[in-house]
Design a protein around this ligand. Structure first.
Ligand code: CDP
Length: 230
């Protein structure tokens, strides 16, 4: 395959997009890029520098810090393509409920989004990638070869996220997780710049009543068909 392929996967929190994106990348030997981890890493940097709380983001100072910061992806010991900031792998530190509750305030800032889109394009250059996020098929790769919108009900998504977070945050209730997802969905969908939308020409996959294997089969069939047609 000479031409590089872009597979864009958008959808709300915990719809199953990252699990499926990783499996699709593995199947086709493409690179998986988790674009949400860039927004999470920036939220981490903002917290470390005391530039964010629930009502305020000092984005002008944050942007100055980001200009001097190197955000990159590299393969770790488990062969996962994970984010690092100035050479330090951040994966475990960016999945906390604190970061989750603040990240959409970072993601709504246009100047930060422009900075992130540059990173997304740089790390995808000359590569076949599967990238997941909120604006991949609409803004980052509007001409992606295949675009998916992966969805599930709020309750299904909350249960998934709660099971995941309960491993490290035992006191967390399902209700708190559900409220956080709802708030994030509302912010992500209603923000002014690059809101979460079903991209034009995207195929919607509802994962409520499907196993991971079933979702994967369905999406692989669609990708195979699309790539043959091209
Ligand atoms: O893991 P989860 O699906 O909850 O979220 P994520 O993919 O890690 O993304 C975290 C947050 O980053 C989202 O709630 C969005 O606010 C923001 N984001 C975005 O605005 N655009 C993207 N392409 C990816 C994430």
């Amino acid at each position: 395959m000479n031409k590089t392929i872009k597979v864009a996967i958008d959808g709300p929190s915990s719809s199953g997009k990252s699990t499926i994106a990783k499996l699709i990348a593995k199947h086709y030997k493409f690179t998986y890029i988790d674009s949400g981890s860039i927004y999470r890493a920036i939220t981490y940097i903002a917290l470390e520098n005391k530039l964010i709380n629930k009502s305020f983001v000092n984005s002008s100072v944050l942007i100055e810090i980001l200009k001097k910061t190197s955000i990159d992806f590299s393969f770790n010991k488990k062969n996962q393509n994970t984010i690092s900031v100035d050479g330090t792998e951040l994966e475990n530190k960016i999945r906390t409920s604190e970061i989750s509750s603040l990240v959409s305030f970072i993601a709504e800032k246009n100047e930060i989004r422009e900075y992130v889109v540059k990173i997304q394009k740089r790390i995808s250059k000359n590569k076949s990638v599967v990238m997941d996020g909120r604006d991949i098929g609409s803004v980052v790769f509007p001409n992606a070869d295949v675009k998916f919108y992966v969805d599930a009900s709020l309750l299904t998504r909350s249960k998934r996220r709660w099971i995941e977070l309960s491993k490290t945050e035992q006191d967390l209730s399902l209700e708190v997780v559900k409220n956080d997802l709802l708030k994030r969905d509302t912010n992500d969908t209603n923000r002014e710049f690059s809101p979460l939308v079903k991209p034009i020409n995207s195929i919607t996959i509802s994962t409520d009543n499907l196993s991971i294997g079933e979702v994967l089969d369905k999406m692989i069939k669609i990708i195979d068909q699309k790539l043959k047609i091209k």
